[in-house]
Design a protein. Structure first.
Lengths: 66, 465
């Protein structure tokens, strides 16, 4: 069950299909570029202090439901 | 952080899943039966545990369980800052934090049902998610319901700040539910349409939103979106935001190089501040106009919680970077213009409380106002009695620096008054004292050697004036 307590915006729901395609293409091409740059030793370290989007779960025992 | 009205926290009425209330001094959260299935699953699956252990979600204790309600008591956050008080870096990190949590939620069969910027605040030197009831079950192949909210609360303002500076964050004071997509699109330069990320997430979104705005009966079928596709959106937004930088040149940097005093004077001032604070043993301290936190850092080890405000978002950003780098858990920087502090906004004007309300609740034992009064008085034209009244509203002890008329900064501010210079004859030591003595008594008074500045330690009178 999913209850909705604010309007997510219909346009915003539909547009995500297009956004996702563009994002997919971009992520793929960046991945390729990164590999090419790393090969030539040109990949730069990021300066920002926030870590990655992924949560490292090695030290917690959560059951993955996927 | 809020006004007490029937004890229900004024910021939590929008969500039917539950609400926050004040139990004497403790803030607790009631969960309504409608949210029990989600709550139990989040708890039992270990989802809450992981987020809390990783320091991503505010921790809580279950303090009461009955058939018609569950009460949880979250860890106390001494001072809650709002999005329009964040520096660029803080805003950025709050956005990244939200995406990170959504991505994790998705992998565990949940979603963030909203992506309000108010769900994040800063605590122990880091962004933290504070709305424990923001999670819901993921329904297979549905797009992210909070996507638009993420754009209007986070992505839009950040991109606008890149082009127009951090002043745009103040738009969130007038748009409590985010800057409208159409407005964001219209404020971006034409070339932003060439970026596939900006084009799809903002310009196309704005178009689609106006196209479908009249679907009153919710007739159009909602599109489907695979989990993988949604992850692509999240990752691509994360990458884009992480790389985002301000266009405006940073001005904070050489402030302490530009100041007009010698190293020895600088050290003398630090020593006074440090020894006075040591005798007062404050639990909580605020440094108003504290720039990048240089002076607050001299007392950081002695005070359990320190907040530092400055009008200059770059200085606050620099301070925040230091906090992150040095892992200073007890320092909280945020942006504040003393002449125009954050008002109470939202429904009833109480949904997000004003800075003064929050400071009154924070009750700092010591307030520091160093190298600030000449700006308030001469740039802001605020009489001494008025600024004294402001400080007396929340401070018990006030360490205030008074640069005399002979100080070079004051001289320059006075010269800029041109033909009105004699309207500011009141800017002198005795008028300053007369104004402040309405609300405070002088505990200590020292001339900072090598400068034309006087440092006062004032104590608020019991009747507050």
């Amino acid at each position: 069950m999913n209850f909705l307590y604010f309007d997510p915006g219909l346009g915003a729901m539909i547009v995500q299909a297009v956004v996702a395609v563009a994002a997919g293409v971009l992520l793929f091409s960046k991945g390729v570029m990164y590999k090419v740059k790393s090969f030539f030793g040109l990949a730069k370290e990021e300066e920002d202090t926030y870590d990655s989007i992924d949560i490292d779960e090695q030290d917690s025992d959560v059951n993955d439901e996927d | 952080m809020t006004k007490i009205n029937n004890n229900i926290h004024e910021a939590s009425f929008r969500d039917p899943s539950g609400y926050m209330f004040h139990d004497a001094a403790t803030l607790r959260r009631v969960i309504n039966p409608i949210y029990f299935p989600q709550y139990n699953k989040l708890k039992e699956s270990g989802f809450f545990r992981t987020l809390i252990d990783k320091g991503l979600l505010i921790s809580h204790e279950e303090t009461e369980v009955s058939e018609d309600k569950i009460i949880i008591t979250p860890e106390e956050i001494p001072f809650v800052t709002n999005p329009y008080e964040w520096s660029f870096e803080q805003f950025k990190h709050a956005a990244l934090h939200t995406l990170k949590i959504q991505k994790y939620a998705l992998s565990k069969g949940f979603i963030l049902k909203d992506a309000s910027a108010y769900n994040v605040t800063f605590h122990k030197g880091k962004p933290i998610f504070i709305d424990t009831l923001s999670f819901d079950f993921y329904e297979k192949d549905t797009p992210w319901r909070a996507y638009k909210q993420f754009i209007t609360h986070f992505f839009g303002p950040l991109v606008l700040a890149k082009y127009h500076g951090t002043e745009v964050f103040k738009m969130l004071q007038t748009h409590i539910d985010g800057v409208p997509v159409k407005l964001i699109a219209s404020l971006l330069p034409g070339k932003s349409k060439l970026s596939s990320t900006l084009y799809t997430n903002i310009h196309l979104l704005a178009k689609m939103e106006s196209k479908h705005s009249e679907d009153y009966k919710a007739e159009t079928k909602v599109a489907r979106l695979s989990k993988k596709a949604q992850n692509n959106i999240l990752e691509s937004l994360f990458d884009y935001i992480k790389r985002l930088d301000l266009k405006e040149a940073s001005e904070w940097g050489d402030y302490y190089d530009k100041t007009n005093y010698e190293d020895a004077a600088f050290i003398a001032k630090k020593e006074f501040v440090s020894s006075w604070v040591a005798t007062l043993k404050p639990e909580r301290l605020i440094d108003v106009g504290g720039n990048d936190g240089t002076f607050a850092r001299t007392v950081l080890e002695k005070v359990p919680h320190v907040i530092v405000t400055d009008i200059d978002s770059n200085a606050v950003g620099y301070n925040y970077q230091q906090v992150q780098k040095n892992k200073e858990l007890n320092m909280l920087p945020f942006v504040c213009d003393v002449l125009q502090p954050a008002p109470g906004v939202g429904f009833n004007n109480t949904e997000r409380t004003s800075l003064i309300e929050r400071l009154k609740e924070y009750t700092p034992d010591v307030t520091m106002a160093l190298a600030l009064i000449h700006h308030i008085t001469l740039s802001g034209n605020v009489p001494f009695e008025k600024s004294a009244e402001f400080f007396a509203k929340f401070s018990k002890y006030l360490i205030i620096e008074f640069p005399t008329r002979k100080d070079s900064w004051v001289e320059s501010l006075l010269v800029r008054k041109r033909e009105f210079i004699n309207h500011f004859d009141f800017y002198n030591e005795s008028d300053f004292e007369a104004g402040y003595l309405n609300y405070f008594e002088v505990e200590k008074k020292e001339l900072i050697t090598g400068t034309k500045r006087i440092l006062y330690l004032l104590k608020r009178k019991n009747n507050g004036g």
